[in-house]
Design a protein around this ligand. Sequence first.
Ligand code: GUN
Length: 167
Amino acid sequence: MPNANDVIAALELEVHVEGGYFRRTYQADHRDMLETRTGPRYLMTSIYYLLTEDSPIGQFHFNQSDILHFFHLGDAIEYSLIHADGSLQTLVMGKNVLAGQHLQLHVPGGIWKASRLLHGEYGFGLISEAVSPGFDFADMEMGNRQKLVAQYPQHRALIEMLTRDED
Ligand code: GUN
């Protein structure tokens, strides 16, 4: 069974600003760009995204685009989604569909998302994400701990676990 470093090397992944590792695998550059409120975007982009024991958290961030997540390999990953009304949704992506784990997860644009590798036998979890309109850093906001806690004080402990301490 491959370990995390084998997967990083085989898939040529790089460090992601949210935590974890990624590589863009697709962008719809054979099609017209979409005009969005924030500028022209690819119709769709896709990445591999990997969490490992050394980098187990994808920190809270906000996307404008819809994102489809597909689980591939390894240990389960827990997703925390904070909706605009403050409600929290917790879901687990993984292969154990009989236990309610998800192979696919649709996260609509306009909410805060974080992910966390759950302990398991592999030491990594690998998914893909398909983003439409295509990913652009201008459409993504990294979560600031103080600001998020002020906005959603009922989720303070979770936000503190899943954001970087910038002080
Ligand atoms: N998150 C989802 N898609 C992407 C992408 O293409 N690039 C980066 N950096 N992050 C993403």
